[in-house]
Write a protein that binds this ligand. Sequence first.
Ligand code: HEM
Length: 396
Amino acid sequence: MTRLDARAARRATREDRRVVLHAHRAGYLALRGITRLGRVVRVPGLGVVVSDAARMREILLDPGTYSKVGPGGSDRLWTPIIGPRGLLNMDGAEHAHLRRKLTPLFSQKFLRSIVDEVLTPEMDGFVAAVARHEDVDVVTVIERAAALIICRLTGYPEDDAAAQLARAREILGFVTLTTKSFTDAQLAVIHEKLAVLNASTRTAYRAAAPGTVPALMRAEGITEDDTVAVVTAMIVAGTETIVSFAPRFTNLVVESGHLDHLARHPEDVPAAVAEAMRVTVPSPVMIRSVLRDDRVAGVRVRAGERIILANIFACARAGDFDPSRPVPKEMRQLWFGAGAHFCIGMPLATLEAEVFATALARAAEAGRIGVRARVRKQRTMAASYSRLVIRAERPA
Ligand code: HEM
């Protein structure tokens, strides 16, 4: 593999750090300061902050000691929205049972249909616009793809995809890195938006609308209410993450110069995507509640305490963007979590990311791609750009 220019890779990585800083200024600076003090640090009033990949994985693989449900756990945030059975706020046997039923959902057949019917037409349009040497906003491209996928998940008509995405975003717009609960006024707005998303899920479920997730879940024997909860969880967990990733990936590979390599070697796209996931960590932090006293790297943690798994800082310990070497073993896939709550949407997320990255590599055949405009998002849950305009230079 072509070696990267280390200075360009450093500049690209630093720009990605600025994207995160813009999204969560106070939370990011505080956590960065804490993680510089050590890999496991107790912060009175906040909890125990862990930023070591191996320790994080041990915690994630020990659900008997560290749970998503309990004091300080993230269930307090999500249960009023998705109801008590939305996967990401469950634990134990019931959680395992529901997950088992969902496993066949992201089958090769289903993923293939998403690629063929949703992503390929969108990406062909994207590559053609770049080939015409137009200015193309990558954020618009990935948002539209994400919106169409929400329609698939909820069974909503695709001609109104943008409205469905806007509703999903408004729900997520209330969450920041430090949100512990919602106000009554916020909950009222969230429930109003959710009512529309949930109504289309119920309609698709009842009609067993072919090719939609609600119909697939019904075929697995999952109840209507559980389907609504899980689909909502998928929208919450799976929309802004991919909309965060694709523009940041674009900036990393363009600014580091790696896109030129990918244009010649599209077979290296999966490695570039994995390394960019390590650098960007679109879901930057995970939270657990301690169920029984334990020790993490010598630090005592007590039942009832909160554990903050600062994933983005743990993964940053491997340094700047460098797809020429494998992701360090202890970090592998950690951006999707580990153990019982490991991202159930990982096959879909990886597919979306790789299909997008392949399209970008194909687009680069039209000429060297440069970033023409870049607007970072301010104060959002999912760090990203609100605009990232690229253009392929005309060959001299
Ligand atoms: C780049 C994209 C994505 C990233 C980085 C990501 C990351 C994560 C992480 C870190 C977790 C574990 C959280 C924890 O243990 O506390 C998680 C869980 C989850 N993700 Fe993803 N995700 C992505 C895309 C998606 C997509 C596309 C979907 C759905 C279609 C999805 C659905 C879910 C669900 C439902 C859970 C909860 C699973 C459970 O609690 O059992 N995610 N994700």
